[in-house]
Structure formats: structure tokens, C-alpha cells
Ligand binder design. Structure first.
Ligand code: SF4
Length: 445
């Protein structure tokens, strides 16, 4: 049974949206990854893979039509065709460097992810050049999942057919909101009518899975607008829906504006409102037959729709990450590539790996990483962690688990550790309870 939270026991809720990172994407925090440890990646590349470790490939395409005001990714809006060609060649050369390393160990690539930036910013010709080049260096024809992120305004029927022809199985549409005014004021490049057109053409192109991304709490979002976004999403009936709660990291246009205006609170809905909006969306989706499968996602057909990239990554798979500022994980070592365009391209052109900083997590840090990431799924098997790490999570995390149980955010049912819905909706802020002391309050940058 889930314990009811007693008002005094529940931790103070941060009401307004202040600047800073909310979303926890990895562990230990990036500020602990250091340039003087990149030699650890090179050493890992020379070792054969750990038996049974899956291999995935991620490619960062850092080009966008406009920079969204809330965006904290490494993106460029000013690169011409020659610069894009140089970048694609660098990514292919980078892949060639990896393909020759012992850590590949004859493994097949299990999953591929084209993220950004905006992968769909590339032309059909550029996409063909890129994907054919990648497959020639490290075949991924038998990958279980190939994901491709898109911005609706960049898609045409021809491009969608080409993307499907490349072997993409999951098309992720960055819709974020359906309202033209909200899209415009948040700096998005697309408009509402482009969403409908792109979605219909994507269905026509026959992708096995189409995902729609939404953001709850964009600047000037209202209750009525959010309800309308949920209704429009239900009308389209995508295979999965991913919902993020708006955050305002430091390196965003929004944050810079806050600084100029001397404001500590971002001009977006507070956290409680955003959680309520996501809960409303989840309820509506559940009523329409969807299943909530993580803090951010709902899927229409649970038996058919999987998130291989997410699930493999959160369970410790190797991720060979290509491109500027990409984050990867190879043979137990975290790394990030050079975070600026020119140094990244120059390093690869010189025949060197473009690693910028790295960290080899300890066994305990690996355990924490996989535990907190899998908590985002809403439930996990205690036995799977005992088998993999030889650790009983109930003993190792007795104190924070009891704290979260008393707050009403999780419970243990037999072998399963389960988050309550209320806990799941704020899971990212709760994960810090499981961090090692030195990692608390660290910046995710
Ligand atoms: S489309 Fe995505 S990656 Fe590009 S600027 Fe907007 S949020 Fe950033």
C-alpha cells in the first residue's frame, strides 16, 4: 500500500520556475567530467566490449532554422552548405575512427538516434550522403530502432519518404505547442498548420512509430491553451507522446532576458501548475487507451511501442556519440565531444578523436546512475539490480527510500519499486536524494 503523505513530511515545493537545470539526464553531473581524463576514453576504446553490452550510435545534428528561447543545446542557425558538408564529413570521419577500435568487438549496432538541433534541417541529398556514409563505415541495417528528431516546418513529403527509406523506425516530431502565438513568442520556427501537414505526410510515409513532443508551461501558456494542445494531440493519435515540463537553464535566451531585467523568476507557469498540466494530459491520454510508461511518455499500444534508445541507455549500454558537444558512454567511461564547431571539425580533420572531457564512474556511481534513470520509468525490479550490482537497493538506499515513502512518492511491492504518480511527476527533483553527497547541488552543465 502507498502511504498517504502527511503534510508536514512532504518536502517544500519550489513554487516559481527559477533559472537552472531541472531535468536529470545523466550521473555523475557533467561538471565532474574533466578534460584531463579523456585518456580514459582512449583506453576504453582499446579494450574489447564487456560481454552482453548493447551498442548504440547517436549523432548530433546541430543546425536549426531559429534558436528557440528556451533552448540549451549546442545549435547553429548560420551555417551555409559548405560548413554543413564539412560537418557531415567530420562526423563520418569520426565514425571511421571508432569503427577501427577493439571496443566495437564485432557487435551489431542495436539502435541509432539522430538528435539535435534539427536533423530534419538537412536536405534529402545531405541526408542520403550522411546515412549511406555511416552505413558503409558501421552497418546499422539490423538496428532494432532508428530514431529521427524533426521540426515540423522542415518536412516535405519527399523528405519524409527519404527519411523512412533510410531505415528510420521512429519519427519524433517537435510540436511543443499547437498555438501560433505561443510558438512565435517562444522562438519556435514552425507554425500550427505545418504540424498537421507534417503529421499527415509522416503517416503516409509509413513510419512504424510517430512520437509527438510537447512542452507544458511555455511562455504565455494558459490552462485553456494546454487543454487545447492535449485535445489536438488526441485527435492526431500518435503512437507516443512525450511531455517535458518547461525549465529555464542558464545558457538560454530566456535566462539572459531574466538577467537583463533583474528577474529571478522565469515568465512561465510554476512547477505545481506544470505538474498539474502533465497530470491532466496523462489522464486524458489514459482515458483514450494510452499507457504512461515514464515521467514523460505515454504510448498508445504498449505491446508494440518501445523506446529502445532510452531503455538501453538507462540500463548501461555503450553509446557511441558523434558530433559537436555529443555525450557518449563507452566501456564504462562517460565522455563529451568538443562543444564548439570549429575545434570539433579541426580535431577530426587531424585524425584525432574530438573528446573534450570524460569521467569513469565508480561502481557505486554506475549503480546510482542506472537506479535514478530507471526510477524515471515509474517502476523497477529490485532483483535486476541485485543480479547486476550485487546490491540490495532497499539496504543501500534505506534512508532516502524511506524518506520518499513517507512523502508518499514511492513504495515497494514484492520485487518492484514503484513511484506514485505524484512522485513520478516531480521525479527529477527527487533523484537528488540518491546522489552522493559531493554531487548534490551540482550544476548540470
Ligand atoms: S528546434 Fe530544438 S534544438 Fe533547435 S533551437 Fe529549438 S529547442 Fe533548440
Amino acid at each position: 500500500m502507498m502511504a498517504a503523505p502527511s503534510a508536514s513530511a512532504v518536502p517544500p515545493l519550489e513554487a516559481p520556475t527559477a533559472a537552472g537545470n531541472y531535468f536529470v539526464s545523466n550521473y555523475p553531473p557533467f561538471s565532474f567530467w574533466k578534460p584531463d581524463r579523456v585518456g580514459e576514453v582512449a583506453a576504453a576504446l582499446r579494450r574489447p566490449p564487456a560481454p552482453g553490452t548493447e551498442l548504440g550510435v547517436y549523432l548530433h545534428i546541430p543546425f536549426c532554422r531559429k534558436r528557440c528561447h528556451f533552448c540549451y543545446f549546442r545549435v547553429y542557425t548560420d551555417k551555409n552548405a559548405a560548413a554543413i558538408k564539412a560537418y557531415l564529413d567530420a562526423a563520418l570521419d569520426e565514425l571511421s575512427l571508432y569503427a577501427a577500435q577493439p571496443f566495437i568487438g564485432g557487435r551489431r549496432v542495436g539502435f541509432v538516434y539522430f538528435g539535435g538541433g534539427t536533423p530534419s534541417y538537412l536536405s534529402v541529398e545531405q541526408l542520403r550522403y550522411l546515412t549511406e556514409g555511416m552505413k558503409a563505415r558501421l552497418p546499422w541495417d539490423s538496428a532494432e530502432e532508428v530514431t529521427f528528431e524533426c521540426e515540423p516546418g522542415t518536412l516535405t513529403e519527399e523528405k519524409l519518404r527519404a527519411i523512412r527509406g533510410m531505415g528510420v523506425t521512429r519519427l519524433s516530431l517537435g510540436v511543443e505547442n499547437f498555438d501560433d502565438h505561443i510558438l512565435e513568442i517562444n522562438g519556435r520556427a514552425h507554425h500550427g498548420k505545418e504540424i498537421d501537414r507534417a503529421y499527415a505526410a509522416a503517416r503516409e510515409a509509413g513510419f512504424p512509430q510517430i512520437n509527438i513532443d510537447l512542452i507544458a508551461g511555455m511562455v504565455e501558456e494558459t490552462e485553456a491553451n494546454w487543454r487545447q494542445c492535449v485535445a489536438r494531440t488526441l485527435e492526431l493519435a500518435p503512437d507516443s507522446v512525450t511531455i517535458y515540463q518547461m525549465e529555464v537553464p542558464y545558457n538560454t535566451t530566456l535566462y539572459r532576458r531574466m538577467q537583463e531585467e533583474g528577474k529571478l523568476t522565469a515568465p512561465v507557469a510554476d512547477w505545481e501548475t506544470k505538474r498539474r498540466w502533465v497530470q491532466f494530459a496523462f489522464e486524458q491520454l489514459e482515458q483514450a487507451g494510452y499507457t504512461v510508461g515514464s515521467a514523460y511518455t505515454a504510448v498508445r499500444d504498449k505491446a508494440r511501442t518501445r523506446f529502445v534508445y532510452r531503455d538501453q541507455l538507462w540500463a548501461g549500454a555503450d553509446l557511441l556519440s558523434l558530433g559537436v558537444a555529443s555525450f557518449g558512454h563507452i566501456g564504462g567511461v562517460h565522455y563529451q565531444n568538443h562543444h564548439d564547431f570549429d575545434p570539433y571539425v579541426a580535431r577530426v580533420q587531424a585524425g584525432e578523436f574530438p573528446h573534450y572531457r570524460a569521467l569513469t564512474p565508480s561502481e557505486e556511481e554506475r549503480l546510482i546512475r542506472e537506479f535514478i534513470l530507471q526510477l524515471k520509468l515509474g517502476s523497477l525490479s529490485l532483483r535486476s539490480f541485485a543480479n547486476k550490482f550485487g546490491v540490495d537497493l532497499r539496504t543501500r538506499f534505506a534512508e532516502p527510500l524511506e524518506r520518499l515513502r513517507q512523502w508518499g512518492f514511492l513504495c515497494v511491492e514484492g520485487d518492484t519499486l514503484r513511484m506514485s504518480r505524484e512522485g513520478l511527476l516531480q521525479v527529477d527533483r527527487l533523484l537528488h536524494e540518491f546522489f552522493l553527497h559531493e554531487h548534490r547541488n551540482a550544476r548540470y552543465a
